[in-house]
Design a protein around this ligand. Structure first.
Ligand code: NAD
Length: 369
């Protein structure tokens, strides 16, 4: 039996606890099957932590994350905490985790499932066979730049944010993107706004320089506005998309519609030492507490955890195959339902149990605990 893997779960707010609960059952199942010992500790984060401790992330939770093999996060946020000052809002926990753990590369795979092609608002011939990996820089750019403030002026209020990137910040995320592309179709599209922004001109120059170490990888540059259009026009042209923090945030939400729902998209945030896995979606206050959320993004995030942090690539493939088989069986949560007769409208728990059944038909969730 290998060394125990310490997993920290930060369920968060809204649908976060509902989807992480299903994802953890899957993780326990594959670890049991692959003889991997787990220790799982859970801490409130975001609004749940504000309600309990008065701040979105406690020192105790952060220390546990620093000792972990991997972190699974649900989602944070909700209207209840909108009036908090910005450093006390639920989302501050996310930014703090990313910065403190130096999780500079965010990997967001966008893949389509055959049985879900009808759920995409795009034409089936456009989305069929799409397989994109978005590599988004996560600890720099306009979400972290200083100064940032809102000030009173004679003309009224003025809000300021700062967009800055250093060569080092660009180089390290570019390295992750080139490494990723080397294991895929060897093509990178680096996305920027170099026709307008100086930070983008540095981005383009630095990525171009990094490319010299990877002569076998084809590199092209694309302006972000064009990329937003190309993702809808012909998403199959992309293999790896490398981009900055804000552009990546927006493009990956757009790309989620290729798969049919944001409830399908997992992500991995990787640094040199730590790794955090989370669904791309937010806390979805509109459906929270109703057992309606699609848990597949959280479950697919656990597959990424198995691949990148737990040394279990086989388990990752098993989870991904179980998700595909569940969809082929016709299980659909509301967000991916197109309502033909062969579909079963599933709630969050049904969907999690259906995936679990494909992983181990003899194991009931109760046997795991
Ligand atoms: P959202 O992703 O929470 O929801 C957008 C829409 O998608 C909603 O209609 C929601 O019902 C639906 N949806 C999202 N996930 C789903 C799932 N798993 N299954 C079914 N439907 C799903 O985005 P939003 O509404 O813009 O934000 C809500 C809150 O979440 C805000 O407070 C925002 O700041 C926060 N947020 C958090 C994160 C995060 O924790 N990483 C990311 C984005 C937004």
């Amino acid at each position: 039996m290998s060394k125990t893997k310490e997993i920290v779960v930060l369920p968060g707010d809204g649908i976060g606890p509902e989807v992480t609960k299903e994802a953890i059952k899957i993780l326990q199942t594959v670890c049991k099957r692959h003889d991997k010992k787990l220790s799982i500790r859970s801490f409130p984060v975001g609004g749940a932590s504000i309600d309990r401790y008065g701040r979105p992330l406690t020192e105790e939770a952060l220390t546990a994350c620093r000792k972990s093999s991997a972190i699974l996060l649900g989602a944070v946020g909700g209207g209840k905490w909108n009036d908090q000052p910005k450093d006390k809002r639920p989302e501050a926990a996310l930014l703090q985790l990313r910065k403190e753990l130096d999780l500079f590369a965010n990997l967001r795979p966008i893949t389509t499932y055959k049985s879900l092609l009808k759920s995409s608002p795009l034409k089936q011939e456009i989305v069929s066979g799409v397989d994109i990996m978005i590599v988004r820089e996560l600890t720099g750019g306009i979400y972290f730049g200083r100064p940032r403030f809102i000030e009173q002026t004679e003309q009224g209020e003025r809000g300021v944010d700062t967009l800055s990137y250093t060569t080092e910040e660009i180089e390290r995320v570019a390295h992750t993107a080139f490494e990723t592309a080397a294991k895929r179709d060897r093509k990178i599209t680096s996305v920027d706004k170099a026709n307008v922004l100086d930070s983008s001109r540095l981005w383009r120059k630095t990525v171009q320089e990094s490319a010299k170490q990877w002569p076998e990888i084809e590199l092209q540059h694309m302006l972000v506005d064009n990329c937003a259009m190309q993702l809808v026009r012909n998403p199959k042209q992309f293999d790896v998309i490398l981009t900055g923090n804000m552009f990546g945030d927006i493009l990956s939400d757009e790309a989620s519609m290729i798969t049919g729902s944001i409830g399908m998209l997992p992500s991995a945030s990787l640094g040199e030492e730590f790794a955090m896995y989370e669904p791309v979606h937010g806390s979805a206050p509109d459906i929270a507490g109703q057992n309606k959320a699609n848990p597949l993004a959280a479950i697919a995030s656990v597959a990424l955890m198995c691949r990148y942090s737990l040394g279990m690539p086989e388990a990752a493939r098993e989870i991904e195959a179980a998700i595909e088989a569940t969809l082929n069986d016709g299980f659909r949560t509301g967000d991916i339902s197109s309502k033909p007769s062969k579909e079963y409208l599933a709630d969050t728990t049904d969907m999690g149990s259906a995936v679990l059944k494909h992983l181990n038909p003899y194991m009931q969730p109760g046997n795991l605990l």
